[in-house]
Design a protein around this ligand. Structure first.
Ligand code: PXP
Length: 257
């Protein structure tokens, strides 16, 4: 299992003060030294954390592949073509969201063209999708190299069932259900991810997964044999505040093993 470490939240901390600290390039080196297989960053249209200069610096100096998450906005895609990461993961983007909320709409008219253009420029294309049979079929039709299965619904259900989230200000309204219902729901979400991973691999797609994965909920996802890579950010950076980034990544590597 490969681990891509998403270091956007290092830049979130920097942007809280708009200074040059903490340094995202240094974070990418620490991730490499800790054993990460890939650096994942998201160049958002509003540049709320990662900036173009961060992407440039990391792509230039990283010893491991760089997976650049981005929307299919034409200005962003032109930048990606110039910056040339190893992979572009196409994600939906809304200005007002805290984080990527759902899978990409695969019926956007120019998606095939964008995918082809990126691939012609030696950039692998991954599509961040909801774990459904229809999405996998469409991703296959678009000739993507990778699919990344959105694990957010599974992760949210896991938090409401197994952590204290339900008793905090961050309790998720739609998931305020009985334990019995949450257990049924989590099994359903897990089954969707398992089935999607199997179907994706069957169609020849490389399968990754990510969103909301943490040190507790990652094990069930990491044990799905068709999933070859996980992209994890928030939980690692949150833990790094207490134990240091390298240690937090090493602990996650142990979990995904
Ligand atoms: N994969 C994709 C496509 C994402 O958009 C994100 C969030 O930026 C992640 C993985 C990582 O999610 P998290 O920060 O919740 O681990």
């Amino acid at each position: 299992m490969l681990l891509g470490v998403n270091i956007d939240h290092i830049a979130v901390l920097r942007e809280a003060r708009k200074v040059n600290d903490p340094d995202v390039l240094l974070a990418s080196f620490e991730a490499y030294l800790a054993g990460a297989n890939q650096i994942t960053i998201h160049l958002r249209e509003d540049r709320r954390h990662i900036h173009e200069t961060d992407v440039k610096n990391i792509i230039t100096h990283s010893k491991i592949p760089v997976n650049l998450e981005c929307s299919i906005d034409s200005e962003i895609i032109n930048l990606v073509l110039k910056l040339k990461p190893s992979r572009a993961t196409l994600v939906p983007e809304k200005r007002e969201e805290l984080t990527t909320e759902g899978g990409l709409n695969l019926e956007i008219p120019n998606l095939k063209e964008v995918t082809r253009k990126l691939q012609e420029n030696e950039i692998e294309v991954s599509l961040f999708i909801d774990p459904t049979e229809e999405s996998i079929q469409l991703a296959h039709g678009l000739k993507a190299d990778w699919i990344e299965l959105h694990t957010g619904a599974y992760a949210n259900t896991y938090l409401m069932l197994n952590s204290n989230l339900a008793n905090t200000n961050y309790s998720i309204k739609e998931l305020q259900k009985s334990r019995k219902e949450l257990k049924e729901l989590i099994n359903l979400e897990l089954d969707k991810i398992k089935e999607s991973a199997k179907f994706g691999e069957y169609l020849g797609l490389k399968v990754a997964a990510g969103h909301g994965l943490n040190y507790q909920n990652v094990k069930d996802i990491a044990s799905i044999p068709e999933i070859k890579e996980l992209n994890i950010g928030q939980s690692i950076i949150a833990r790094s505040v207490f134990v240091g980034l390298k240690q937090a990544i090493k602990e996650m590597i142990e979990c995904v093993k």
